[in-house]
Design a protein around this ligand. Sequence first.
Ligand code: NAD
Ligand code: ZN
Length: 341
Amino acid sequence: MRALVKNEAAPGLSLLDVPDPEVGINDVLIRVLKTGICGTDVHIHRWDAWAQATIPVPLVVGHEFVGEVVAVGENVNDFRPGELVSGEGHVVCGRCRNCMAGRRHLCANTSGVGVNRPGAFAEYISLPMTNVWHQRADVDLEVAAIFDPLGNAVHTALAHKTLGEDVLITGAGPIGLMATAVVRHAGARHIVVSDPNAFRLDLARTMGATVAVDPTATDLAAVAEDLGMDEGFDVGLEMSGNPAALRGMLGNMAHGGRIALLGIPSEEIAIDWNQVVFNMLTLKGIYGREMYETWYMMSVMLQSGLDVTPVLTHRFHYTEHEAAFDAAGGDRAAKVLLDWS
Ligand code: NAD
Ligand code: ZN
């Protein structure tokens, strides 16, 4: 099969012929239809310090996809050829305390699709049946391809109650943008989105932000005052990994405010812990998606009117992968799709 491979310990990806994946007795073989490029894939493409320390070479990369079941292992009863599916990108161990208690998203021994094990930027992918999600028949195929990052957005956005609340979202990357649509759908009052990128701020307005601002030019406290918010933000979703963004959030929360942190900082961040203590803030780290409550919520919110399609800014055939990665790494894109059909 054709696949995008990190074939040597250097920048770039190679489009190669590689052997079809093996299908174990508990596995589902899926023909990939569409994939999304994640920030993680851009890191792997660039071969930055994180990628050098993490990615085995050679490796088929990619983890955001939708596809069609073509074959199943002999233990698999719930999936049949022809069904439309996506895959959860974290393969859990099944044996640790959290896995055994049904809290699989808290597994301490996850293996990442396209990071630690072969990925989805290929004509076929084989996954354990426990990692395969049936898509609803009415799902938009392009949105189905990005259930993995949509799941990050949904997991973070639903970590705290947002009905009627004033929400601050720092970072309008694909995930912050989708979280904006989710908290709008979930009934938030004011949604303020901050990002220095003007192209993404425009998208944030389309996705339902009340106000979208460049935090290097506009003071968040002034925005809150303009909106008539007396006490600060009730809920904060940190989706940039940027130190200034986190500090700005901590300084603008209401007493008792609740923060969910998804953004991955590239270095340690010092914060004023007095703000956490005296304002009695709750900080919750978010990794991945809940298996499979987040997946259920994604499917049913899409059926009840959630629209994340504005986040889809670019589409390429997989043979145009270089142009696709250029777009994904640039500052005038959100989610970039690759077509494998
Ligand atoms: P992204 O890099 O596309 O978006 C981050 C955005 O933050 C960018 O638009 C950038 O301009 C903006 N930003 C930079 N400085 C800022 C500041 N001071 N204030 C506000 N915004 C600022 O990333 P993404 O794909 O949307 O992912 C969001 C974050 O979540 C990233 O840090 C990513 O690594 C992380 N992530 C975490 C998980 C998880 O499971 N925890 C999963 C996927 C991604
Ligand atoms: Zn486990």
